[in-house]
Design a binder for this molecule. Structure first.
Ligand code: SF4
Length: 384
């Protein structure tokens, strides 16, 4: 398949592995954060880590929209479905994310709440048109990739005067999360020779970023330039196929060796510097910045999420149902918050593969198809 099979060729992977091995400086350790869960799954599914020299380490980042949603927002959705007799429409990944008291949207559905899985935002709008006597709420999550389709249905609902439709908005912003990670204390230099024991992951620095691919098709590569400039961190926008990840890693290693801190675009087949201006205009019409938003693992981050503008307030479920802010705790022993900060890895969690499995997830990172724990489980890394 075009744009897929040619980015999975074994011979090219071996050539790239050789080029990386010849390029790395053996006297330093390279810590590359792959921002997206899509990168994490490519790394483990295709054995990319095994093709890297020992001193090139991938740190898993927070770019999994299901994973970073805090428990309180799932509790909100369960309450909404149970107490207000609404039809709650959601993507399937969210159904099994643990909520407070070992609850989940799936359990709430089994207990009688009308919670429906949808494949697109348009499905939710269709359900609202077909059920004019019921309130229908779309549980909207995701980074900038999934925000424009939510903007479209809000505009459509307003144009059609759909009085029974609203959106529970949880859309979050990638650059804000990247900034939060960079603003966290990172006191230890990464220039560590192989064979020397590494300090705990939470005390190490991140050298460079494999930047988001799908998000960047919308926002472009320009928003990352400030991170390269002010934080001196190289960034390469990287596609989700294994050769994309390897080529991008080589580009980052070259930047680090040469002391350059630039934004480079490996995923040039889909990403431009400006991004998708039409999608950006849609988002700007419907949404505005929230003053702050809670992220699982990263805490409260200012200006890191979106809410509906006043001109679309009629379609804001939080206002329509007067939804409270809920502070909730994660399951005891679950290391999702530290994993999402890049401070720990799934194998650091004692529950991985014992108490916590995809059939019985204790945290969001085991549920989502983009979650780091799901990647370790699916591709056997928790045994390594
Ligand atoms: S293995 Fe399960 S409990 Fe442990 S961090 Fe991952 S999701 Fe949380």
């Amino acid at each position: 398949m075009k744009y897929i099979s040619e980015f999975r060729q074994q011979g090219l992977a071996q050539q790239l592995a050789k080029a990386i091995a010849q390029t790395v400086d053996p006297d330093r350790h390279y810590r590359l954060m792959e921002f997206c869960g899509g990168h994490t799954h490519a790394i483990f599914r295709y054995g990319v880590q095994d093709l890297m020299p020992d001193n090139v380490e991938f740190i898993h980042g927070p770019g999994c929209p299901v994973c970073v949603l805090p428990t309180g927002r799932i509790d909100n959705a369960i309450q909404l479905a149970g107490q207000h007799d609404v039809i709650l429409c959601t993507y399937a990944d969210l159904m099994r994310v643990p909520a407070t008291g070992r609850n989940s949207l799936l359990k709430a559905k089994a207990d009688g709440s009308d919670i429906r899985m949808v494949y697109s935002t348009q499905d939710a709008l269709k359900i609202a048109r077909e059920n004019p006597e019921r309130q229908v709420v779309f549980f909207a999550i995701g980074f900038e990739t999934t925000t424009p389709p939510t903007a479209v249905i809000i505009q459509q609902a307003q144009a059609e005067r759909l009085a029974n439709f609203s959106v529970f908005c949880n859309h979050v912003l990638t650059p804000a999360a990247m900034q939060a990670i960079l603003d966290a204390p990172q006191p230890v230099s990464s220039a560590i020779a192989p064979g020397i024991a590494l300090p705990p992951a939470s005390m190490q620095s991140i050298d460079a970023f494999l930047g988001p691919s799908h998000v960047s098709t919308v926002i472009g590569s320009q928003p990352y330039e400030t991170f390269a400039e002010h934080y001196a961190k190289p960034i390469v926008i990287a596609g989700f196929e294994p050769l994309d990840v390897m080529q991008s890693s080589l580009m980052l290693i070259r930047q680090l060796n040469e002391g350059r801190c630039e934004v480079e675009n490996e995923y040039s087949r889909a990403v431009t510097r400006q991004g998708n201006l039409k999608a950006q205009a849609l988002m700007q019409d419907v949404f505005e910045l929230r003053p702050q938003f809670e992220w699982r693992g990263l805490g409260l981050i200012p200006n890191s999420a979106l809410q509906l503008k006043a001109s679309y307030a009629d379609f804001d479920a939080e206002q329509r149902f007067n939804m409270p802010a809920i502070q909730a705790s994660d399951v005891k022993g679950c290391e999702c918050p530290a994993i999402l900060r890049g401070a720990k890895k799934p194998q650091d969690c004692k529950l991985l593969g014992t108490v916590c499995t995809p059939e019985n997830p204790m945290g969001s990172c085991m549920v989502s198809s983009e979650g780091a724990c799901a990647a370790y489980w699916s591709y056997g890394r928790m045994r390594g």
